[in-house]
Design a protein around this ligand. Structure first.
Ligand SMILES: Cc1cc2nc3c(=O)[nH]c(=O)nc-3n(C[C@H](O)[C@H](O)[C@H](O)COP(=O)(O)OP(=O)(O)OC[C@H]3O[C@@H](n4cnc5c(N)ncnc54)[C@H](O)[C@@H]3O)c2cc1C
Length: 303
């Protein structure tokens, strides 16, 4: 990225920009290459300027949350990663309608759950232990325990590359399993989420029970990106990978978890190539044995 563009980005986001940013530190897999820049934007005006600049200069970009479903290839991402902060990471409860929470796309799910607990706002407990943001959870239609974001969202606000903000109501949103279909380049700014009155004690107890169960079943002691593959219809990717004898298989520092076969964990020093190679091996084995072609759930970016 040349000096002129670096200067321009610095003017737009000030100290929120980092150049040649190692993405291993920004993703939960703790692996992968650098992004040409990572910009943390504090609000819509800055985001609008940034998107205009990137469009004008034809620089690729991608919005990220906590990078908890993301693998950046070792060769890096020759563009700008955008993260939502400041005003875009705030939560408020609607005054007119107490059953709606407005959460910015950059709000961490853990923070959202803390807010819900303090407010006595139930219904989002299924997000316990998902280490993402509201924007990432919506984009991935994240879910657990039979619920997903599609079941709680009322509306979202999006900004397009040309800076136009639109609101989309629940009935117009096209969710599917671990996906929300939005036009490329759109950024989720904010969402209205449906909650219900619930006692703080009940919320705390449900969250604690979910976290306990996750801790027992998932290899949380290692860096990972959660489930690597989507579950095929009527089956579980983890069960198929385990049946293919791949539990404990390794490539470099990457290992298929002994605890949960749909998790690839970084046991230390794994490269993105190690992780991709291991995922390919698991996929090949499952295809050989069952004819089922597993589809990646994690998002892979970069050259
Ligand atoms: C230990 C562990 C447990 C997990 N458990 C679960 C689980 O139970 N259920 C589940 O569904 N997932 C789970 N995950 C996966 C992951 O946490 C979720 O997919 C999460 O919602 C991703 O959010 P993120 O903010 O980290 O998104 P990122 O990984 O940063 O990005 C994921 C995708 O979302 C897009 N995106 C992010 N923010 C925005 C935005 N504002 N606007 C538009 N697009 C955006 C990105 O461009 C990218 O395509 C788990 C992961 C880990 C590491």
């Amino acid at each position: 990225m040349d000096e002129r563009i670096r200067k321009e980005l610095s003017v737009i986001v000030g100290e929120g920009v980092r150049f040649d940013c190692p993405m291993d530190a920004e993703t939960t897999l703790r692996a992968g290459g650098k992004a040409a820049a990572l910009c943390v934007v504090p609000g819509v005006p800055e985001l609008r300027k940034l998107l205009a600049c990137l469009r004008e200069e034809k620089i690729p970009s991608m919005v990220i949350g906590k990078g908890s479903n993301l693998l950046v290839r070792d060769e890096g991402f020759q563009g700008v990663m955008i993260r939502l902060g400041g005003d875009l990471a705030r939560i408020e409860r609607s005054i007119q309608d107490r059953t709606i929470l407005f959460a910015g796309g950059g709000v961490a799910l853990a923070h959202l759950l803390g807010f819900c607990q303090r407010e006595g706002a139930g219904g989002l407990e299924f997000l316990a232990g998902i280490p993402g943001t509201v924007g990432g959870a919506l984009a991935m239609n994240a879910g657990a325990w039979g619920k997903d974001m599609a079941s709680v969202v009322e509306q979202i606000e999006l900004i397009s590359g040309d800076g136009q903000v639109t609101r989309i109501e629940r009935s117009q949103l096209e969710f599917s399993y671990r996906n929300l279909s939005i036009p490329p380049g759109r950024v989720i700014l904010k969402a209205g989420l449906r909650v219900r009155e619930e006692s703080r004690e009940n919320i705390a107890a449900t969250v604690a029970a979910y976290l306990k169960e996750k801790k027992a079943k998932q290899p949380l002691e290692y860096p990972s990106a959660g489930s690597v593959f989507k579950n095929p219809r009527n089956d579980f990717a983890g069960r198929l990978i385990e049946s293919a004898g791949m539990k404990g298989a390794r490539v470099g520092g990457a290992m298929i978890s002994e605890k949960h076969a749909n998790f690839i964990v970084n046991t230390g020093g794994a490269t993105a190539a190690d992780i991709m190679r291991l995922a390919s091996l698991a996929r090949e084995k499952v295809r050989e044995q069952t004819g089922i072609d597993l589809e990646l759930e994690i998002i892979v970016v970069g050259r």
